[in-house]
Write a protein that binds this ligand. Structure first.
Ligand code: EPZ
Length: 422
């Protein structure tokens, strides 16, 4: 199991290019199940979760082929299995998204439920309730959701929580249902909008994606399409915070300004400079950082996927910051590791109080999920001496060539083979 060794202290400088969005790419790949014609998807990041999706889709009959570095062709001429097995769903929860499209294409699906997660309970009840509303018969047996539907039919679906995954799953079921579906309290995230854009290119009739009400008029069949995945706003935010935490000056090329407004506003509040430049955003920090209060919220609020990174930054701000996590109930595991590096953090329920600035001191650390790992890397970049991050496989799920990108900006980051078991 590889490790990452980070020697802190160097301000990051230069230009870095973003990859395509992981969380937009995964549902777009899965949408291939909806048509017997090929999809050609561009800007697909080379990540472990993408490989897991290709593997899962392969087991269902989808033939995938890289036609370029980041260009993937997917062809579901025939569906050969209806089952998403536990071994894949447990390693990648997004696998659960095959439920809607499999059901829409073939009338049946057997999908393992994902089980526990390192950041919170993350149930799938809203996915199931929504798809039931479209007329599917659903049973839970042996840890699997077994769904059947002769014909899905449009319905009015109200989501108790504006879940990204439930919105995507229901949307992919509804595009081939009979009649009109309304998803109310739908997630507004850019990744939902990107999926809607692909589905429309395939012939679906969808309006309102990006708002709280998505309207879908079912069609009989969908065709092939070509689509370019949006840039990764979470990778962008992570690299912007890297510039700020090291007192550097970085241009993040391809950073989607319109998807980052809450992040830009918070970074500016800390005293970092963020300015649009040709082709991206420039982030620099000269003066001392100021503390802030922040709450994670559904889009367009501050994303939970940047909370750990922001916590690392705020250990360097002069004063008391308050972070409230409102999306997931157990997403402060990184705080304990940051405290081992010298951070002054007190947690109470969904709130973490960070007092700074503290001199961070490199240590062996271990993360429980992807974004927590990134938070620890950022702390390592700001720390004295070396930090050794184990369980780098978490990073491989969602950051493409991260060590190379950071090195190109002047960071002393090295990936080495480690020995510990997963
Ligand atoms: C997506 O997860 C992302 N994953 C997550 O990114 C991201 O953190 C999350 O959205 C929030 O923005 C992908 O897109 C693949 P949700 P998702 O359903 O869809 C509750 C990363 O690091 N809920 O919007 O699973 C749920 O427990 C990952 O890249 C229900 O109660 O998130 C949570 O509290 C981690 N019942 C809230 O809704 C349900 O049926 C929002 O979750 C579904 C969700």
């Amino acid at each position: 199991m590889d490790k990452m060794i980070i020697r802190g202290g160097a301000p990051l400088r230069g230009t870095v290019e973003l990859s395509g969005s992981k969380n937009a790419a995964l549902p777009c790949l899965i949408a291939a199940l909806l048509t017997e014609e090929p999809l050609l998807i561009h800007n697909v990041p080379r990540l472990r979760d993408v490989r897991t999706s290709i593997d899962l889709l392969g087991r269902l009959g989808v033939v995938s082929r890289w036609t370029g570095d980041h260009d993937l062709e997917l062809h579901a001429r025939a569906i050969t299995s209806h089952e998403a097995p536990y071994d894949l769903v447990k390693t990648m929860r997004a696998s659960f998204l095959v439920l809607g499209p499999l059901l829409a294409r073939t009338g049946r699906a057997r999908v393992s439920t994902p089980g526990g997660c390192a950041i919170g309970a993350r149930p799938v009840n809203l996915h199931i309730a929504g798809i039931r509303m479209l007329g599917a018969r659903i049973q839970m047996r042996h840890g699997y959701v077994e769904a059947h539907a002769v014909n899905l039919r449009g319905a009015r679906v109200w989501l108790d929580t504006s879940s990204v995954g439930a919105t995507e799953n229901i949307m992919m079921a509804a595009v081939r249902a009979r009649g009109r579906t309304l998803i109310e309290n739908a997630a507004r995230e850019p990744e939902v909008q990107d999926l809607a854009r692909l589905l429309k290119a395939m012939g679906a009739r969808i309006s309102g994606a990006g708002s709280h009400v998505i309207e879908i008029e079912g069609v009989e069949r969908l065709g092939g399409a070509e689509h370019t995945v949006i840039p990764d706003r979470i990778e962008a935010g992570s690299l912007m915070i890297a510039a700020a935490v090291t007192g550097g000056d970085v241009v993040v090329r391809g950073a989607p300004l319109e998807h980052l407004e809450a992040v830009i506003a918070k970074l500016r509040e800390t005293g970092a400079t963020v300015e649009p430049v040709e082709g991206g955003l420039r982030v620099a920090r000269g003066a001392a950082l100021r503390p802030v209060e922040l709450r994670t919220l559904p889009y367009p609020g501050f994303p939970t996927d940047l909370q750990a990174q922001m916590m690392a930054l705020l250990t360097q701000a002069a004063g008391t910051s308050v972070i409230t996590e409102t999306i997931f109930e157990n997403r402060f595991m990184h705080a304990l590791e940051l405290m081992r590096m010298g951070a002054d953090i007190v947690m109470k329920g969904p709130t973490a109080v960070v007092r700074g600035p503290t001199a961070l001191c490199g240590a062996p650390v271990m993360a429980t999920d992807l974004r927590a790992s990134m938070g620890l890397i950022l702390a390592g970049l700001a720390a004295e001496n070396s930090t050794e991050l184990s369980r780098v496989y978490h990073l491989d799920r969602g950051y493409e060539a991260l060590d190379a990108k950071l090195r190109a900006l002047g960071a002393a980051v090295e990936r080495v083979p480690g020995e510990e078991a997963a």
